[in-house]
Design a protein around this ligand. Structure first.
Ligand code: GLN
Length: 477
C-alpha cells in the first residue's frame, strides 16, 4: 500500500491515474468493510472527482500537493450534500448543508474524499462501540476494539481503505485509536486547525488531525488543513505555514523528556517495556533522555471528565428535535424535547449530559467545574516547565493494547482510564502524536510524542527519525 506522498507523485508524473487509485481503495472497502464496519458510507462522486483531477493533470495543471489522493473523514465533519451522523441516531437523516473548512482545504489541495468513517456517538468514547451504527472492529484481531472515538478512521488507514484519514481529538480520539491500530495519529496544537464544520464536542479541547502510515504523510496532511480561518476564531494567524523540508533524519542532541508519572503501576508491563525500547532508540541515536516530572498528571483524567462533559452538554443543547435531526413529537413542547433527546441520544451521551449539567449547576460549579479549570491551569504549567528542559516528551499513548469488544462497555470508569495518557495534551493545548512502536501479543503499541504549542515540527522530526530506523509502521494486519 503506497503512501499519500507516493500516490500524489504518481498522479503528478502520470504514472497512475487518480481514478485507478481511487477505484483500488473502493474495491478494498467493498471487500473489507462489511466485517470491520469502519466506514458508514462512501461518496458517490468519488470516481467522478478523481477523473476531474486526471483531466486537469493531463491539461498540464498543478493538481495540488494531495492531487488525486483518496481520503476519508470521520463522520463528524461536514461534506456538503453528504450524510453526517456523528455516530448518533439523532442525526441519522442529517445531510450537511455546507463544507467544513477542512473539507474545503482538502479539496483545494486535490484530495478526493471517498467516504465517512464510523465513530463513537458525538466522539464520546475510547472504543468506537458507542456508535448507533454498530461497533468498528480492529483489523489486527476482529474480536477486539480499534480504540476510539475515531476508530473508523484508524482502521481505514490500517487496512488501506485510504492512505489518509481524518479524525477529531478532544481527549485522545486520534492518538489512542492510532496506537491500537498501528498507524500514525496526530493531534495538532489547539488553534492550528479550524473546527468550522466539525460537530462540536468540547470546544476548548477539540482539534482535527490526520491518520497516516508515515510521519511524512501526517505532516503533509497537517500542512494542507492548518491555518487561520475567519470562521473559527480560535485559529491562530501566522502559525508556521510550511513544514520545512522534511525532515532532518537526525535526533542527535535532541532532548527527550520521559515523565515518571506516565509509567504507573497498573499499566501493562509489556506495553511499558515496548515503549521503553522505543525511547532507547533515541538514546542510541544521541538524543539526551531526561527524566522529568509532571506532578499534576494524576489530576488530568478527573479534571478532563469534568471540563469535557460541561462543554459537551452545552454544545449538545442545539439538538432539540425541532430545528434539525431526529424528532419524536410529544403532546407538549417539553415532551417533544424529552422524547427527541431521550430517544435520539445513546446512553453514554445521556450520561455525559447529566454529568456536565450537574458539574455546572448552581452550588456545584465551584466544587467541580471551576476546580477542574484550576487543575487545568496547573497541568498546563507542568508542561511549560518541562519544555524549558526538553524538546519533546515521550510516553505510552495507551496503557494497554486493544481489548476485546464488550470488555469495558458497561464499565465507564475502565473506559475513561484508557485516556489516561492522552487527555493532558488537550487540557494543555499542546500537540501530540502517536507512532507505531512495536507489538504485544501481535497487537500494536503506540509511542506518544508531545511537543510545545505550535512545535509540531519537533514531533515530526522525532517521529520521522524513529520510522527511518524501525519498520513497525510497514506491517499490515
Ligand atoms: N475517549 C475520550 C472521551 O471519551 C476522548 C474522546 C475524544 O477525544 N473525542 O471523552
Amino acid at each position: 500500500m503506497d503512501t499519500a506522498i507516493e500516490m500524489a507523485r504518481d498522479v503528478r508524473e502520470g504514472k497512475r491515474s487518480s481514478e485507478e487509485i481511487v477505484q483500488e481503495c473502493l474495491d478494498r472497502i467493498e471487500g473489507g468493510n462489511e466485517k470491520l464496519n469502519a466506514l458508514l458510507g462512501t461518496f458517490d462522486d468519488a470516481l467522478e472527482r478523481a477523473r476531474g483531477i486526471d483531466e486537469r493533470r493531463t491539461a498540464g495543471e498543478d493538481v495540488g500537493p494531495l492531487g488525486g489522493v483518496p481520503v476519508i473523514l470521520k463522520d463528524n465533519m461536514l461534506v456538503k450534500g453528504e450524510r453526517c451522523t456523528a455516530g448518533s441516531r439523532i442525526l441519522e437523516n442529517y445531510d450537511a448543508p455546507y463544507d467544513a473548512t477542512v473539507t474545503k482545504r482538502l479539496r483545494a489541495a486535490g484530495a478526493v474524499l471517498i467516504g465517512r468513517s464510523n465513530c463513537d456517538e458525538f466522539a464520546m468514547g475510547s472504543s468506537t462501540e458507542n456508535s448507533h451504527y454498530g461497533p468498528t472492529r480492529n483489523p489486527w484481531d476482529t474480536d477486539r476494539v480499534p480504540g476510539g472515538s475515531s476508530g473508523g478512521s484508524a482502521v481505514a488507514v490500517a487496512t488501506g481503505f485510504a492512505p489518509l484519514a481524518f479524525g477529531s481529538d478532544t481527549g485522545g480520539s486520534i492518538r489512542q485509536p492510532a496506537s491500537l491500530c498501528g498507524v500514525v495519529g496526530l493531534k495538532p496544537t489547539y488553534g492550528r486547525v479550524s473546527r468550522h464544520g466539525l460537530v462540536a464536542l468540547a470546544s476548548s479541547l477539540d482539534q482535527i488531525g490526520p491518520f497516516a502510515r508515515t510521519v511524512e504523510d501526517a505532516a503533509l496532511a497537517l500542512e494542507v488543513i492548518q491555518g487561520d480561518d475567519p470562521l473559527d476564531a480560535t485559529t491562530v494567524a501566522g502559525a508556521d505555514a510550511s513544514i520545512p523540508e522534511l525532515l532532518e533524519r537526525d535526533v542527535k542532541g535532541m532532548r527527550v523528556g520521559v515523565p515518571k508519572e506516565y509509567f504507573l503501576e497498573g499499566m501493562d508491563e509489556d506495553v511499558r517495556r515496548t515503549v521503553m525500547d522505543a525511547i532507547a532508540v533515541y538514546e542510541k541515536a544521541g538524543a539526551n533522555i531526561v527524566e522529568i516530572s509532571l506532578p499534576n498528571a494524576p489530576y488530568a483524567l478527573a479534571s478532563y471528565y469534568v471540563v469535557m462533559p460541561s462543554e459537551a452538554c452545552s454544545n449538545l443543547g442545539r439538538f432539540d428535535g425541532i430545528r434539525f435531526g431526529y424528532s419524536s413529537e410529544g403532546s407538549t413542547l417539553l415532551e417533544t424535547y424529552e422524547r427527541s433527546r431521550g430517544e435520539g441520544f445513546g446512553p453514554e451521551v445521556r450520561r455525559r449530559i447529566m454529568l456536565g449539567t450537574f458539574a455546572l449547576s448552581k452550588g456545584y460549579a465551584d466544587a467541580f467545574y471551576r476546580k477542574a479549570l484550576k487543575a487545568r491551569t496547573l497541568i498546563k504549567r507542568d508542561f511549560d516547565d518541562a519544555f524549558k528542559d526538553v524538546d519533546v516528551i515521550a510516553t505510552p499513548t495507551s496503557p494497554s493494547v486493544a481489548w476485546p469488544i464488550g470488555e469495558k462497555f458497561n464499565d465507564p470508569l475502565a473506559m475513561y482510564l484508557a485516556d489516561i495518557y492522552t487527555v493532558s495534551a488537550n487540557m494543555a493545548t499542546i500537540p501530540g502524536m502517536s507512532i507505531p512502536c512495536g507489538f504485544v501479543n501481535e497487537l500494536p503499541v503506540g509511542l506518544q510524542l508531545l511537543g510545545r504549542t505550535f512545535d509540531e515540527y519537533a514531533l515530526f522530526r522525532a517521529g520521522a527519525y524513529y520510522q527511518s530506523v524501525t519498520d513497525w509502521h510497514t506491517r499490515t494486519p
